[in-house]
Every structure is written in structure tokens, then in C-alpha cells.
Ligand binder design. Structure first.
Ligand code: ZN
Length: 371
């Protein structure tokens, strides 16, 4: 594979387009920017549907954190940057040397930017690249624009029976898929999921495909509790009312669950998780934390419990999710709770997700739209 590091910021072409760019904390602008020119090994896409992600909200409310404020080592870009890393689109133009894709192809973008040359990349762990970044957070444009140029190494074809709208859900679903795949979860295990937001729901769906028979979700919001049940949770607990760890022991042989997936990233949840997981069980952290948390290592030591981190998705995860949707094993359509236009991203997207978080799962932005 050609290292992505060869793709520096693409030269600009004639004309301008509308894009939603992040300039800094609480500063999101719908503005005209130059259209990128398609280069060797790249394609130009018309984004169709774009999901707004929790990490976009974190950048907006408290960033820049992930978004570079000095030139990114691979993209060479820095804020202001076009947002949008959960997206599907239709290819408009292909660059030199591109044989596998043609104009009109329906695709989803795996937004990981990696150098292909570091130790992690050479071991195949592109999501752990030491220079990593994301399309839509670190440069190379993003989905929230009328056109975007990306290398073909980011692309996956969508089958005819999977809509572009659902295609925009592949990225968050791949996060849950990857977490379950690299966790020690095995058939017959009981699982606790902390948090019933988009990532918690994606973990539930990945577990259902693997036939998990005991999915316990801890969530406060009434609407999210319902979603958790709808997507397949067997028990939904409320951490403000239930003693999560006691309940997990009660439901699981007086020992607790085999695996916890922390999709919430709050101290109170972790405190419960440590005692909700059985001896030799594992706590899998999927969440991005806003600040450090504390864990008493003795709680791990005396029961030989493990704590591990998982990051985004790796090779194969996007295809697995696309196959699961195409074959009907996964039906994520109902994750979409609101659809908006590109010119209303801040007011009706970001602000709604911040102020009405409990009633929203996934807000999709219609850019080019279509099936
Ligand atoms: Zn690397």
C-alpha cells in the first residue's frame, strides 16, 4: 500500500464551494472555500450524508484538542479545518492511477489518516499510527462541504442494497464493531455497556451480530434507555437508581459480567465498572475522556481484572460492518433522529446535540443526499 504520507495538502483548483469549517472554540463557520484539485491516487467526492459526532462537539465546545493548531505532520493542515468524518458520498472525479473507482460510485470514507511508515502502521495497526489524524478533523477537507478530495485508501464501496444515508452510519458502527472484535468477548459472555449514546448503541449492535445473550446497559436518559432496548439490550439499568455493580453480580452468577464497555467516560461509571466485572474480566474503554480519572489498581490486582483501551477501527472493520448491514444482520436506520441541511449545521445540528442530547442519537447532514 502506498503510504498516505505522500498526500500532502492537495493543490487548490478553480472555483469555490460551501463548507462548514471549525475556526476555534464555539466558532463554526459556513463559508466559501477553494475546491481541492484531485491528485494522483485520489478521488473527488460529493458527500451525500454526514453524521455529526461527539468528537466534533468536543472540539466545538472546548477545542481545538484533536484539531491541529500547527501543521499536521501528514496533511500539513491546521485550523481552520472542514468538519465531517462520518460520511458517504458519490465519486465525481478520479485522479491519475485510480482504477478501482469511477465517477458515480457510491462509497463511504474510512477517515483514518496514517503515514504507513511508522512501527504501528508497519504492524498493520493504522488506527494507532504515531502521526495519525482524521479526514474532517486533521485536514484533507471533510464531509461537511460540497466536495472533498481523499486518497483511495480511505474508500469502501457501498453495496446496492445499502443506502447512502445508512452509509454515513458505518463509521460510528465500526467503532463499536472494532471494540467488540479486539475485546476478549466470546460467545456466552455477559456484558455491561456504560452509556447508551451512539457508540453504546453501536457496541450493542455489534454484540447482537455475535449472538450475545446478556447485554446490560447503564444509562440515565429515558429516550436513550428506550433506544438501548430497541437495539437489543436485555437489561437497561439506571445508575441514578440502581446499584450497577450489585445488579450485574445478581444477573451474572453472583460474579458480574465478563466484559464492560465504557462508552461514557465518567468517573462514577468507572467506579461501578470495576466492581461489576468478574474475576479475570475486562473493562474495555471506548470513551474519550475530558480529564484524567482514577482507578485503584488493587481492584484490578486481587481479581486479576484487566483494563484496556480501544481506538476507532482498524483494517477490515468497515467492510465487516458494511457486510453486516447488507446481509440484514444489522439494521441501524433508526439511529438517525434528525436530518438537517449544510447551512444549518451549527444551529440545528451542534446546538441541538448539545442542548437536546437526551433526545438525539445521530443527526445527519444532507449535503448531496440521495439513495
Ligand atoms: Zn503510522
Amino acid at each position: 500500500m502506498v503510504p498516505q504520507e505522500q498526500y500532502k495538502a492537495p493543490p487548490t483548483a478553480d472555483g469555490t464551494m460551501k463548507a462548514v469549517r471549525f475556526h476555534g472554540k464555539r466558532d463554526l463557520r459556513y463559508e466559501d472555500i477553494p475546491v481541492q484539485k484531485v491528485g494522483k491516487g485520489q478521488v473527488k467526492l460529493k458527500p451525500s450524508w454526514v453524521g455529526i459526532c461527539g468528537s466534533d462537539l468536543h472540539e466545538y465546545m472546548g477545542g481545538p484538542n484533536l484539531c491541529p493548531t500547527t501543521p499536521h505532520p501528514i496533511t500539513g493542515d491546521q485550523v481552520p479545518l472542514t468538519f465531517g468524518h462520518e460520511f458517504s458520498g458519490i465519486i465525481e472525479e478520479v485522479g491519475e492511477g485510480v482504477d478501482d473507482y469511477k465517477p458515480g460510485d457510491r462509497v463511504v470514507v474510512q477517515p483514518i489518516i496514517y503515514d504507513g511508515t511508522c512501527g504501528a502502521c508497519l504492524e498493520g495497526l493504522i488506527n494507532c499510527c504515531y502521526s495519525n489524524g482524521f479526514v474532517g478533523l486533521s485536514g484533507w477537507g471533510g464531509g461537511l462541504s460540497e466536495h472533498v478530495v481523499v486518497p483511495t485508501s480511505t474508500l469502501y464501496h457501498l453495496p446496492d442494497n445499502v443506502s447512502l444515508e445508512v452509509g454515513a452510519l458505518v463509521e460510528p458502527l465500526a467503532v463499536g464493531w472494532h471494540a467488540v472484535k479486539i475485546s476478549p468477548f466470546k460467545s456466552g459472555d455477559a456484558v455491561l455497556i456504560l452509556g447508551g449514546g451512539p457508540i453504546g448503541l453501536s457496541v450493542i449492535q455489534a454484540l447482537k451480530v455475535r449472538g450475545c445473550q446478556k447485554i446490560i446497559v447503564s444509562e440515565v436518559s429515558p429516550r436513550r434507555k428506550e433506544y438501548a432496548k430497541q437495539f437489543g439490550a436485555h437489561y437497561v439499568l439506571d445508575p441514578t437508581k440502581d446499584n450497577i455493580s450489585a445488579k450485574c453480580r445478581e444477573l451474572c452468577d453472583k460474579q458480574g459480567v465478563h466484559v464492560v464497555f465504557d462508552c461514557a467516560g465518567v468517573q462514577a461509571g468507572l467506579d461501578q465498572a470495576v466492581h461489576a466485572v468478574r474475576a479475570r474480566g475486562t473493562i474495555v474503554n471506548v470513551a474519550i475522556w475530558e480529564k484524567p480519572c482514577s482507578i485503584f489498581p488493587n481492584d484490578l490486582v486481587f481479581k486479576e481484572r484487566r483494563y484496556m483501551g480501544v481506538a476507532t477501527y482498524g483494517k477490515g472493520d468497515f467492510q465487516d460492518v458494511i457486510d453486516a448491514i447488507s446481509s440484514g444482520k444489522m439494521t441501524p436506520e433508526n439511529m438517525v433522529t434528525k436530518k438537517i441541511r449544510l447551512d444549518e449545521v451549527e444551529e440545528n445540528g451542534f446546538k441541538v446535540l448539545i442542548n437536546d442530547k437526551d433526545n438525539q442519537v445521530k443527526v445527519l447532514v444532507e449535503v448531496g443526499g440521495g439513495w
